[in-house]
Every structure is written in C-alpha cells, then in structure tokens.
Write a protein that binds this ligand. Structure first.
Ligand code: DCP
Ligand code: MG
Length: 593
C-alpha cells in the first residue's frame, strides 16, 4: 500500500500531477466555474499590480512638481482599480467554496456507490476504518485543494510571471536580482515536497488505523468490559495515537523549517532591494517613484512566495488523498452483471449445485468442493454439518454474495451468473446467523428487501417469525431500532431478521440457523408458522437442531466442505454415524417427547 513512498524523489511532482489528473471527470462539471474563478483572481491580481505604477506616477509627477491638481485624477484611478480588485475577490470567494463543496459531495457519493457495488470479499479484506477515513477526511483534503490550492497555484504562478516581468521592465538589474534570489527558494520547495509526500501518506494511513480501532472497540465494548480489558485496549489506543502524534510532529517539524526559510526570504530580499536600489536613486539613474513602485511591486510577491510551501503541501496531501480514494475506486466490483443479463421475474424455485467448489479470496484451501445438490421447487432442504464445515459459505453462494470458484449454481436451469443480479437477489429471502438491524424503524428494517410491502404482508411475516413483540414496543412498528435506537435481545433480532427474509414470500428462502437464539417454546411456535411458509417455497435451511431439521423434506450432511450424505432425517439418523453423532443429543430428546 505504501508503494508511493519508495518512488525516487524526482518522480514526486510528476506523480503528484498524474494522481490529481485522475480527478478530471469529477472536476469537469465545474470547469466553467473554476475557469471563471481563476480569471477573476487573475484580473484582481492585475488590478492590484497596476496600483504601484499609479503610485510611481503620483510620486514622480504631482508630488515632485508640487502640482496638487494632478493628484486627483490619479487618485481616482487608483481608487477605481482598488474597487475592481475588491469586487473580483468577493466574486471569487463567493463562487469558489460552493463548487468545491459540490465536487466533494459528488466524489463522496461516487465512492459510496462504488463501495455498495463491491462484493463481500472486498469488505472482508478492507478495514472499515480505512474506508471511513477515505470517504471522509481524504475527500475533504481534495476539496481544500481544488477549491483553494489549485486556484492559488495558478494565480500565484501568474503573479510571478506578471509581476516578475513588470519588475524587470521597471528596473532590469534590480528585477533580475530579485528573480535570481527566488531561484534557490524554488529548489528548496522542490526538495521539501518530496519529503512531505511520504510523511503525509503515513499520517493518513495511521488515521485510518485509528478509526478502525475506535470503531472496533465501540462495537466490542461489551466484550472489553466483561473481560475487564479496558487497560489493554487503552494501551493499544495510546500506542497508535502516540505514533500518529509523532508522525504529525514530524510533518510539523518539516513545515516549521520550511516556513522559517520562506518567511525570512522576502525580508532579506527587501533589504537587498533597499540597499541596491538606493544607489541609483541617489545618483539619479532612476527616480524615487521607480524605487517605490519597485518595492510596492515586490510586496505583491510576498504572499505568493510565503504561500508556496503551504500550497505545495496542500497539493501533496490532495494527491495522496486522491491515490487513496482511487485505490478504492479502482478495485473492480467482481460480482456484476454479465453483458445482456437475463431478466427473471419470478423463479419456479428449482435450485441446483453442479460440482460446486469455493475458495475464499486469498485462502489456500477450498472451503467447499464437489458439491452436487438439487432442491426441487417447493422443497426444503436442511443443511447440517459441524461448526466450520462450510454451511454459511454455501448459503452465501446462492444470492451471489460470493461467486463459486468452480462448477456452477443454476436457478430454473440458468446459471445464476447469467441472471440479472437485482432480479436474482429479489428471488432470494435470506436470514443470516448474525442478524443485522439498521438504525431505522422496525418497519423499515422489515421491508428492507421489499420497499413496497403491504401491511398484510408485513403482518404475515411477523406472524411467521412470531415477532408479535414489536407491537408492544413503545411506538410499535415505528420504533427505531439498531445502533441509534432501542436495543433488542438476540432472539428478538433473530425473529425480525427471519420476518425480513420471508416477507412477500420470495420463491427461494435461505435461512442460516434462523432459530438458534430462541427458547424452546418460541422455537416451536416459529417452526409451526415457518412450516406453512416453507410449504410454498424452495428452502435452504442451515440447522443445528433436530427440531429445525424436521422442517425440511430432506437433509444434506456437509462434512469437510463436501456433501457426505443426502436423505430423510430418519434414514440418516439410522444409517449415518456422523449424522447421528451431530444430532444425537437432540434426537434422544426428540424420542423422549
Ligand atoms: N472462512 C473464511 N473466510 C470467511 C468466512 C469463513 O476463510 N470470510 C472459513 C472459516 C471456516 C470455513 O471458512 O473454516 C467455513 O466457514 P463457515 O462460516 O461457512 O462455516 P459454518 O457456517 O459451517 O460454521 P458455523 O456452524 O460455525 O456457522
Ligand atoms: Mg455458519
């Protein structure tokens, strides 16, 4: 990830320009605005640069010849230019921030849209804090550069050229002296930014790490407290925060050095101008007005010189931020529609696994191999296997949360990779082992996959999941749950997730251990209601208990990532020792009742 750090120093500016160039498509819509703003800024600079010339006229004309009358038109001229400059500055400031903020928002939305398209494997791989840092702080840095840094780089460069030329015209030897002294400054800046690049990149990486740490610990707060390990996470955080501070301090040290050089440079140059300029005035080769104009012109260069280091730093940070943002944007969404995907309105529910194999990205060994299974329309298949056997992995292949790495899965005899992804996912109602509720109302959580669900459909789904408890919540279905709302128990959340999966009776229901958190009585009630739903749809139900298995028409036993046996619960119990072993305690209970 830090490959940019090792690039040879000389490549930095080229690389920076190249990274920033990639923002082109996002800048395009605001190009008109940016050009306008830059023009306004340039005109303001020009208007400002005229003032010293007027001053010269005043000193060498009316003042020298004691001609008071001539001061008035020149004074009015100066006032006019001053006003024009003020109006232009106002215009630029006013429109600049608006465009930059819009551009930032565009980029942020593009990034978020992209993140939504990325497969689960991408999110398995990326620390959430890094993603957060990139969508929030990196984008702000880019905005600061486009809205301010970029324009001033253009304006300051133009100021250098315009004012530099004017200096040389006003007094060639003095002008050349000033420009010659500016050359070392440019070189120092060049050296400085190569060092700054790697530091700012490391700071941004560290900020992402820190965000991950905060997020993880707030998510795992219960575990941390229960194990009394506050000191441990505190130490870990302290470590990281200190390292970030040190990195930032390193950055500041470099900045301080450069500021010292940059700040003292104009003063030294001014002293040099005074010394070198007084001779020709005394000897009458140039007028006093010329020297005053020269100094006034030179003063126009002070801000561009002083801001150069800071502007380059902004550019540097923006280019680093751009690299980081494009690292995300460049990641190809691996699970997408093929060209001309097949539409699918309503599947019959015939689901088949043909010699399916699956390896997690980056893993050495396949989790699943040689899976052959057929689930007929309307049939329910229970998937049984020991912990880590690959049940969840297999379930996630159906709505293409991951793609098979060998073989194929077909729905209605079509490879699911040929079906339009949104259509495929609309066919599948899924409940996960760890039910996720969003910070929204119960109703919004329920209708997450079917936004237009009717009240009857919601009531039916709640009935199936035996989730009548929602009516007892303070605001019923409108109660907010999730991270910012009411906290529900594990069993309550599981029932909501189940209701969400069966809402609208999708043709295919995939339930990953849907009843694990329920007490025996609730479980029995849910099972009764679930049986009615499963009768009409194709079901794949991961089960650990005999009672859940009994919901299914057939059972598949998953051992070490492959199907070891398929049959009815009773046949497997009688004929398969592994199966008997897995479900024996339950079976004994079942036999006793
Ligand atoms: N695995 C992985 N990467 C992931 C998820 C899982 O490498 N992102 C590994 C961990 C297990 C294997 O895959 O060794 C199977 O994991 P499953 O979650 O599919 O296992 P089960 O669902 O069968 O287990 P459990 O009954 O505990 O839910
Ligand atoms: Mg599992």
């Amino acid at each position: 990830m830090n490959s940019a750090d090792s690039s040879p120093a000389g490549l930095a500016p080229a690389h920076r320009a190249l990274s920033l160039w990639r923002l082109r498509p996002f800048v395009q819509p605001y190009l008109g605005h940016l050009t306008l703003m830059t023009t306004a800024a340039l005109l303001a600079t020009l208007a400002g640069a005229v003032l010293p010339l007027v001053t010269r006229q005043v000193i060498d004309g009316p003042i020298r010849h004691h001609d008071r009358g001539a001061v008035i038109p020149l004074g009015l001229l100066a006032l006019g230019f001053g006003l024009v400059e003020a109006v232009l500055v106002f215009l630029r400031r006013w429109t600049m921030s608006a465009s930059a903020l819009r551009l930032e928002s565009d980029l942020r939305q593009a990034l978020y849209r992209h993140l939504q398209r990325m497969p689960i494997s991408f999110h398995d791989h990326w620390q959430s804090g890094q993603v957060v840092a990139r969508t929030i702080s990196d984008l702000s840095q880019i905005r600061r550069f486009i809205g301010f840094g970029l324009i001033f780089m253009v304006v300051n460069s133009a100021t250098f050229v315009i004012v530099g030329t004017m200096l040389i015209i006003t007094d060639p030897p003095l002008g050349l002296l000033v420009l010659a002294c500016s050359a070392p400054l440019a070189w120092i800046m060049y050296r400085f930014e190569t060092g700054y690049r790697s530091r700012s990149r490391r700071v941004q990486e560290k900020q992402g790490d820190l965000a991950t740490l905060v997020e993880e610990s707030s998510g795992g707060m219960r575990t941390i407290k229960a194990f009394g390990r506050r000191d441990l996470v505190q130490d870990r955080f302290h470590d990281q925060a200190t390292r970030l501070r040190d990195l930032e301090l390193g950055k500041v040290r470099l900045l301080a050095m450069i500021w010292a050089i940059v700040e003292s440079q104009p003063q030294l140059l001014l002293a040099a101008i005074m010394l070198a300029g007084s001779y020709p005035v005394v000897h009458g080769t140039i007028t006093l007005g010329t020297l005053v104009a020269f100094v006034a012109l030179f003063l126009l260069l002070v801000w561009p010189i002083e801001s150069m280091g800071w502007l380059l730093a902004t550019a540097q940070e923006a280019s680093t931020a751009t690299d980081r943002v494009f690292e995300v944007l460049d990641a190809e969404p691996a699970i997408v529609d093929r060209p001309h995907p097949m539409p699918l309105v309503r599947s019959t529910g015939l689901l088949r696994f043909h010699n399916v194999g699956f390896t997690y990205p980056g893993a050495a060994r396949p989790v699943l191999h040689g899976i052959n299974l057929t689930i007929e329309p309307g049939e329910t298949l229970a998937l049984v296997g020991s912990t880590g056997a690959g049940k969840t992995s297999l379930a996630m292949l159906v709505p293409r949360l991951y793609d098979v790495t060998s073989g194929r899965i077909t729905l209605d005899r079509h490879d699911i990779r040929d079906i339009r992804l949104t259509d495929l996912r609309r066919q599948v109602g899924m409940a996960f082992e760890e039910p996720t509720l969003f910070s929204a109302s119960v109703r919004e959580n329920l209708t997450f996959g079917l936004a237009g669900a009717t009240d009857d459909q919601v009531a039916e789904a709640l009935e199936v999941a035996q989730a009548g408890f929602v009516h007892e919540l303070p605001w019923g279905l409108a109660t907010r749950v999730g991270e910012q709302g009411l906290t529900l128990s594990g069993g309550q959340r599981q029932r909501l997730a189940l209701a969400r999966a069966v809402l609208g009776r999708p043709p295919l229901v995939v339930l990953d251990d849907p009843l694990s958190a329920l007490d025996v009585h609730t479980e029995a009630r849910v099972e009764r209601a679930l049986r009615a739903v499963l009768a009409g749809t194709t079901g794949l139900v991961v089960a650990h208990r005999a009672s859940t298995v009994l919901l299914a028409d057939r059972v598949a036993l998953l051992v070490d990532g492959t199907i070891a046996a398929v049959g009815s619960h009773h046949d497997l119990l009688a004929g398969d020792p592994v199966y008997r072993n897995l479900l024996s305690a339950e079976a004994e209970l079942g036999a006793a009742s």
